[in-house]
Design a protein around this ligand. Structure first.
Ligand code: ADP
Ligand code: ZN
Ligand code: ZN
Length: 659
C-alpha cells in the first residue's frame, strides 16, 4: 500500500495520511486534493510511506494528485519547515501562506501572451567608487554562506552595489532575490532594475500584484524562468532553484516583520535561507537594525561601508531648534518659518515632517473633560477635518463630528494637538501663495494616488510638503533643500525600547531626502531636548555612535540583541479572561522553562482594548536562542491542550517587534 502524507492548511501540526497507489517519491512537493471533514481540501504532499499509523480501513484514497506544475523542491519545503518550527506555526498553514492563493485553489494561471520585447539598450552602469568596488568585490568573492551588512547613507550608492552583485550572479546563470520594504517598491526601482538588465526576466511580487499574476510569477520562479525576483516580505518564499544571491534593502524596516498569522521576519528568514543554500546575502541600510549592527560589530556579519554620497558631496546640515525658549506659532518656531519663507523665495522645496496624520489627535470639551474616545478600543478618535469625521486609527470606527459636547451640551468643543491636516491648514494661511502638498496614508490611500503625489514632487509642482514617515523611504526629491521636523520628542521617552532606534532611522531617512545635486540640504529639528544624544549623533551623521550607545543600554537592560524574546498574547471579551488564560499558560510553562528561560508576569497590553477585545501578554526571554526555541516548542504543544474560555484567542510572537 502506498500512502501520501499531506500538509493541510488547518490549525493542526500533524500531517494527514491518504492512500494513493500510483504515488511515488516524485510526488513529494506536489499539490493533492483530499477529502477532509465533509468536503475536500487542497494540500501539499510532504512524504510517501508504505504504512500509516492509522488503521487501513480508515484511510481514504486521495482524490487527485495535481501534476500540472513542477513539484516544489526540497529546499523550499525545508524553508517552510524551518518557519513552522521557529515561529511555532503549523506547517500546513505556513505552506498555505507561502503558496499563492491561485495555486492553493488548485488552479493554474493561464500563461500570459508574451509582450513583444522592446529592444532596450542596457543602461550603462557608472564606474564604481573605490568603496563600492570593494563591496562588490567582497560580495562576488564570497564562496558559500556569508552575511554582509552594506552600511551607507541614502545616495551612497548601495543600489548600485546590489545591481553589480546581481549582474555577476546572472552572468553565471544564477537567480537573485531582492527584498524591499512595502512602500519603497516603487516603479522607479523596478524600472532601474529592468533598464540595467533588459534581457533578464524580472518578476515583481508585492501586495499590488493581482492573484493570477502572482501565481504566474511564482511559477516563473519555480520553473527557473525568472532571473530576478524583486518583492516585499512575502517573496522570501519564492521557490528559486538556481538562487545564488539574496539582497535585503532597508533591512531595518519594520514592514519585513508580519504582524499577523505567520509572524515571521522576512529578513531573518532570508538569512536562514542563504545559510541553507550556502549563498551570500547582503543586508543594506543607512540605519541598520541594532540586531544586525551588533552582528557586524561582533564579526558574525561582514561590514561593508559606503561612507559618502555617490553624487552630491555633502550630507545635509542637521541642527536642533530649542523650542523651550520660544512661543511657537502653529507648532512652528520662527527659525523654521523663516526657513520655509526663504525656500519659497528661492523656488526650492521644503518638507515638514510630522508623524501624525489627521487634523488633531482628539476632540475635547474643556467644560466637562469629555474626549472623543473609540468605544471599541483604548484609543482616542482622531479628528479628520478634511472629510469632517472622527476616526479610530486602530479599528477604523468612524463618527461625525458632534456640534456640541455629547456629555454636557457645551458647544465650545475643540480639537487638541496637531496632525498633518492642521499643519497644512496653518501653512496655507501663512503662505497663501505656496503650493502645499500633504502626503500621508489619507492623501496617498492607493498606490495610484501615491505615485501621483511622487510625480508632483519630482516635477516641482509643490513648494511645501507635509508628510508622515511615508515620505521617509527610498525616494529622492531633487528640489528639496529644507526638512523641518516637528513633534519628534515623544519617541525619545516612549515605553517601547525600540522607539529611539525607529526615530533615528526615520529622521536620518527623512533628512536624507534633502540636498541632492548642487543644492545643499538643511534639517531643522524642533525639540525641547536639544542636547539629547540621539539628536547629537544625528547632527554628526554618526549612526555608529548612536548604535553603540543604544547597544550599551540594551546590554545593561538585557534587551535584544542581548536576549531573545517571545510573547504569548491573548484576547477575550474581558481582561480577566485574557489574564487568567495567560496565568494558566505560565503555570504550564514553569516545569518546562528551566534555568535559562525567564517567564514574566501576564500584563494587559499597553493598548489593552482593540475592536472590543481585551488584550494581555506574557513575555518570555532567554539569553540563549536554542534554549528559548526548545522551550517554545514544548510550551506550544501544551498551550494547544489548555482549555479555553469561549471566544478567547491566543498566539505566539517570536522575536516580537512591538509590545
Ligand atoms: P542608495 O541605494 O545608497 O540610495 P544609489 O545606488 O541609488 O544609492 O545611488 C544614488 C545615486 O548615485 C543614483 O542616482 C546613482 O545612479 C548614483 N550613483 C551610484 N553610484 C555611482 C557611481 N559610482 N558613479 C556615479 N553615480 C553613481
Ligand atoms: Zn462637555
Ligand atoms: Zn477603535
Amino acid at each position: 500500500m502506498t500512502i501520501v502524507r499531506v500538509a493541510l492548511d488547518v490549525p493542526l501540526t500533524r500531517l494527514f495520511d491518504y492512500r494513493a497507489d500510483d504515488a511515488s517519491d516524485a510526488d513529494i512537493g506536489r499539490r493533492a486534493v483530499v477529502a477532509f471533514g465533509r468536503g475536500s481540501k487542497l494540500g501539499l504532499i510532504l512524504g510517501i510511506a508504505e504504512a500509516s499509523d492509522q488503521p487501513s480501513e480508515k484511510l481514504k484514497p486521495v482524490e487527485a494528485i495535481l501534476r500540472d506544475m513542477p513539484a516544489l523542491p526540497a529546499d523550499w519545503l525545508a524553508l517552510c519547515d524551518f518557519c513552522s518550527r521557529y515561529y511555532q506555526h503549523p506547517l500546513g498553514q505556513v505552506i498555505g501562506f507561502a503558496l499563492p492563493p491561485f495555486l492553493r485553489r488548485g488552479k493554474l494561471p493561464r500563461p500570459q501572451k508574451r509582450k513583444p520585447m522592446l529592444a532596450m539598450p542596457s543602461k550603462q552602469s557608472p564606474a564604481l567608487l573605490p568603496e563600492q568596488q570593494a563591496a562588490v568585490g567582497a560580495i562576488t568573492a564570497a564562496r558559500g554562506f556569508e552575511t554582509f551588512l552594506l552600511h551607507g547613507i541614502t545616495g551612497s550608492g548601495k543600489t548600485e552595489v546590489y545591481l553589480r552583485a546581481i549582474e555577476a550572479v546572472l552572468a553565471t546563470g544564477g537567480q537573485a532575490l531582492m527584498l524591499v520594504p512595502e512602500i519603497a517598491l516603487t516603479p522607479q526601482l523596478e524600472q532601474r532594475v529592468s533598464e540595467r538588465f533588459p534581457d533578464a526576466s524580472v518578476v515583481s511580487a508585492h501586495s499590488g500584484v493581482a492573484d493570477a499574476a502572482r501565481a504566474r510569477g511564482f511559477l516563473a520562479a519555480l520553473e527557473g524562468r525568472a532571473d530576478i525576483v524583486l518583492g516585499t516580505r512575502l517573496s522570501v518564499f519564492m521557490p528559486l532553484p538556481r538562487l545564488k544571491l539574496i539582497v535585503v534593502d532597508e533591512e531595518h524596516d519594520g514592514s519585513f516583520k508580519q504582524q499577523e498569522g505567520l509572524r515571521y521576519s522576512a529578513r531573518d528568514v532570508a538569512v536562514f535561507r542563504a545559510k541553507q543554500l550556502h549563498i551570500p546575502i547582503v543586508l543594506g541600510s543607512a540605519t541598520p537594525s541594532l540586531e544586525t549592527f551588533h552582528h557586524a560589530a561582533s564579526g558574525r556579519y561582514r561590514l561593508l561601508e559606503l561612507s559618502r554620497r555617490a553624487v552630491a558631496e555633502a550630507p545635509p546640515e542637521v541642527r536642533t531648534v530649542d523650542t523651550r525658549r520660544e512661543k511657537l506659532q502653529d507648532g512652528m518656531s520662527a527659525v523654521l518659518i523663516e526657513g520655509l519663507a526663504e525656500r519659497l523665495r528661492r523656488n526650492e522645496q521644503s518638507l515638514v515632517f510630522l508623524n501624525r496624520r489627521g487634523y488633531a489627535p482628539v476632540l475635547a470639551c474643556p467644560a466637562c473633560g469629555w474626549v472623543s474616545r473609540c468605544r471599541r478600543c483604548a484609543a482616542n478618535l482622531v479628528v479628520h477635518l478634511a472629510d469632517r469625521r472622527l476616526r479610530c486609527h486602530h479599528c477604523g470606527l468612524e463618527a461625525g463630528i458632534p456640534k456640541a459636547c455629547p456629555d454636557c451640551g457645551n458647544q465650545d468643543i475643540h480639537p487638541f494637538g496637531r496632525g498633518t491636516q492642521r499643519l497644512e491648514a496653518a501653512l496655507s494661511e501663512r503662505f497663501p501663495q505656496a503650493r502645499i502638498l500633504r502626503i500621508d496614508r489619507d492623501s496617498a490611500s492607493t498606490p495610484k494616488k501615491w505615485q501621483a503625489l511622487l510625480a508632483a514632487i519630482h516635477e516641482g509642482s509643490a513648494d511645501i510638503l507635509i508628510g508622515t514617515q511615508m515620505l521617509a523611504k527610498g525616494h529622492d526629491f531633487p528640489l528639496l533643500t529644507l526638512v523641518g521636523v516637528v513633534g519628534a520628542d515623544a519617541a525619545l521617552f516612549a515605553a517601547d525600547f525600540r522607539a529611539p532606534e525607529r526615530l533615528f532611522a526615520q529622521l536620518m531617512q527623512v533628512g536624507g531626502r534633502s540636498g541632492r545635486a548642487e543644492l545643499p540640504g538643511e534639517v531643522l529639528i524642533q525639540t525641547e531636548h536639544p542636547g539629547h544624544p540621539l539628536y547629537r549623533a544625528l547632527a554628526a551623521h554618526d549612526y555608529a555612535a548612536f548604535a553603540r550607545a543604544q547597544l550599551d543600554e540594551r546590554q545593561a537592560a538585557g534587551f535584544p540583541p542581548f536576549s531573545f524574546q517571545a510573547l504569548l498574547r491573548a484576547e477575550a471579551k474581558t481582561i480577566d479572561q485574557s489574564l487568567a488564560f495567560l496565568a494558566a499558560a505560565r503555570e504550564a510553562a514553569l516545569p518546562l522553562a528551566g534555568e535559562k528561560v525567564s517567564l514574566y508576569d501576564p500584563v494587559p497590553m499597553r493598548m489593552a482594548r482593540l475592536k472590543n477585545l481585551e488584550r494581555a501578554q506574557l513575555l518570555v526571554e532567554s539569553a540563549s536562542r536554542p534554549a528559548l526555541q526548545t522551550f517554545l516548542a514544548a510550551w506550544n504543544e501544551n498551550l494547544h491542550g489548555l482549555k479555553l474560555p469561549r471566544d478567547l484567542r491566543w498566539h505566539l510572537d517570536v522575536d516580537p517587534l512591538e509590545f
